[in-house]
Write a protein that binds this ligand. Sequence first.
Ligand code: ZN
Length: 164
Amino acid sequence: MKMIREFADKLERQYGTSSPFELCDYLNIEFFRSELPETVRGLCFQKDDNCSIILISSSLDENESRYCCAHELGHTLLHPGLNAQAMVDLTNLCVPKLEHEADYFAACLLIDPTIEEWCEMYEPLTLKNIACLAGLPQSVVNLWHETAERDGTGIRRKKFEAIC
Ligand SMILES: [Zn+2]
């Protein structure tokens, strides 16, 4: 999982943006909003060797779309072998490991590094605060926190224990 974080950081540095929509542009991934069945938030598949497509449900709000696009981008970049068959993201129906990886990638991309710096230097924020600031579901921020702690890349544990 450490590599996923480094990968997200590298993309951010390389393209100067953490917006998953802009990254799609840079990476030649076509992105569409589309009417999808109610249970499908987003999906991604490979059109040909050079081009992947991400579809996001048009019913999602701005924060949800950004998170969902980052999540699908995670699948596209981290799990290219699986693109052959479309990966449909029904709620909790994908392979859990791959879902965690895509979620962790999304969190690394969308949680602003200044949030972490802020936590270290000033007031510690609760994971709930971070979820609000980053526009992510709380479960994704929890996963991000647990994973970063395990990898030793997270905000120092001591500060968090008091408030979690
Ligand atoms: Zn997924």
